[in-house]
Design a protein around this ligand. Sequence first.
Ligand code: KG4
Ligand code: ZN
Length: 347
Amino acid sequence: MIVLGIETSCDECSAAVVKDGEKILSNVIATQIPFHALYNGVVPEVASRKHAEWIYAVVKESLEKANLGVSDIEAVAVTNRPGLFGSLLVGLSFAKAFSWARNIPFIAVDHMLAHLYAPRLYKGEIGKDDYQTKKPEYPFLGLLVSGGHTIICRADDFDKIQVLGTTIDDAAGEAFDKTAKFYNFGYPGGVIIDKLAQNGDSAAFNFSMPSLHKGDHRYDVSYSGLKNAVINQLDIFKVKENYTKEDIAASFQKTAIEILLRALLNAAEDTGITTIVAGGGVAANSYLRARLKGYAHLECIFPPLELCGDNAAMVAGIGYHYLKRGECSSIDVCASARVTGFKKKYP
Ligand code: KG4
Ligand code: ZN
């Protein structure tokens, strides 16, 4: 089955064509980063306007790259939750119109579940360029780390997850972005901090771990303390010449990733599940990847770097499995900015 995927939940306008849920025939990602970089963060109004301007061209390019015409598409999958409401609506409305005009099924999918699905995709050959090096077997533990969410979950199927832990305040990616913003490193912060940290001393600053790792919060994470601690170093950083931005980046990154690892290792220990699947923009982080590879008892599966961030291939991929089961969405399904259970309220 040839599925067209559409993803417009945040600042990437993406369309992809995927065969039988796994083979990527095309995956076009038009990034809006230059437009948001001016503001050091995503401006929702700008994001939805750009999606509206670009969506037709992006879908058209995805068909051209797949060497297919409109009539070859058998179904449409689209992200309708969670994300920026106005941005989601652009992709959702386009997907509805496409499926209605063509009289083919359409399915609205969850963005975070789609991130978890990403390692199952391949392009060209299986295993080439890190694409589907290993197909994760259920159950596994999911580590979903993006700009808006931080979720540790147990996954029993592509659509069946149990959230074990979340962030009680900021998301992991948000902490990278905010740190970069305060230090004027640029936007988006994650990829810049990752790069700077490679030449920095992670012991230059000692940022402590949050004390949140016991009882009900054993699998939860918190980033507001770390964020404030890093920001509080800004004045010292400005006057002391022996501190470099590389040192700040490395010290921040080390603690940010250790926070994730602590909660994840607790979940692995308690559940006895040793396969970990990472997804979302922060899953591209080189320190996280290196640290996780260091645990011999865990099998860690990462999507290729191109599929860590937002992309429509993962949407088409997961969509196929719903459609195969005979499920599709009603034409009046709406977008939803939030998904219950993906964020925790303190305490
Ligand atoms: O999944 P994603 O592309 O969009 C959302 O669904 O939010 O994640 C974007 C987040 C941003 O916060 C970005 O700074 C972060 O992923 N990110 C990284 C890296 N690459 C992107 N964080 C840490 N290290 C990276 N290499
Ligand atoms: Zn995402």
